[in-house]
Design a protein around this ligand. Structure first.
Ligand code: IPE
Ligand code: IPE
Ligand code: MG
Length: 241
């Protein structure tokens, strides 16, 4: 493991809201799409840093169910970047033993993107290092609604019994089924809100917000977040002994 976090607990699952690409570009008089492009470079670097630190799951918010509200031009630029980085990611993931998983409703994407997502997941499935989770066309409310729809359909088919539904059963229908909940949520660019991210999973996650704009995020910023995480007292509703 390579980091300056001697003796620190490394969170098993880190969730990221990578915000501020637009502001980063604006500050430089560049189009928003340039901010997204630079943001993708930062994502790639962060995945490698996280893997080397020993983080087991890294979940990044790449595109929300609400981001379709943006201009056609911006959405189009994001889709193009997505296409390009899916190919690159296949190489990065293979070279670093990274398993890639996508959460969110992929059915709204163009067919070539859907095929690319399947390929990435299939070809990295047996990798045993970091699990890199990308939330695309993801919304926490949408995820819970889709889960409940499938669960209700299974009840109708007699595969589930409505009276026996527990939190574990509902969880098994979420896109994140089988994954531990995030220990630490990092949001860049200063906004203190969840923006519909992992609403179920973040129930007891420690939240860290930095003013750093996403394209400027680096190893030092990640280390600062982990140091802050180590100072937190996670009580889960209990009382400190
Ligand atoms: C985050 O950066 C990337 C996406 C939401 C796709 P933004 O594009 O939201 O950047 P700001 O918030 O406008 O600076
Ligand atoms: C959250 O950022 C979504 C992603 C990072 C993909 P937004 O920029 O969309 O969030 P709001 O609009 O500031 O809440
Ligand atoms: Mg934003």
């Amino acid at each position: 493991m390579e980091h300056n976090l001697e003796g620190m607990t490394i969170p098993k699952h880190v969730a990221l809201i990578l915000d501020g690409n637009g502001r980063w570009a604006k500050k430089r008089g560049l189009p928003r799409s340039m901010g997204h492009k630079e943001g993708c470079v930062t994502v790639e670097k962060t995945v490698e840093i996280a893997a080397r630190m020993g983080i087991e799951y890294l979940t990044v918010y790449g595109f929300s169910t609400e981001n379709w509200k943006r201009s056609e031009e911006e959405v189009g630029a994001l889709m193009q970047l997505f296409r390009f980085y899916m190919v690159r990611l296949l190489k990065v993931a293979s070279a670093n033993n990274i398993r890639v998983r996508m959460i969110g409703d992929r059915t709204r994407f163009a067919q070539d993107i859907i095929d690319g997502i399947h390929r990435l997941e299939r070809e990295t499935r047996d990798n045993t290092g970091l699990t890199f989770v990308i939330a695309v066309n993801y919304g926490g409310r949408d995820e819970i609604t889709r889960a409940v729809c499938r669960l209700a359909a299974d009840c109708v088919k007699g595969r589930q019994n409505a009276a026996d539904i527990t939190q574990e059963v509902l969880e098994s229908y979420l896109d994140t089924a089988g994954m531990p909940d995030p220990d630490l949520l990092i949001r860049t660019s200063g906004e203190i809100r969840l923006s519909n991210y992992l609403l179920w999973q973040l129930a007891y996650t420690e939240i860290y917000v930095t003013d750093c704009l996403w394209p400027d995020f680096n190893r030092e910023e990640l280390e600062k977040a982990i140091l802050a995480y180590n100072k937190r007292d996670r009580r889960y509703g209990g009382v400190k002994a």
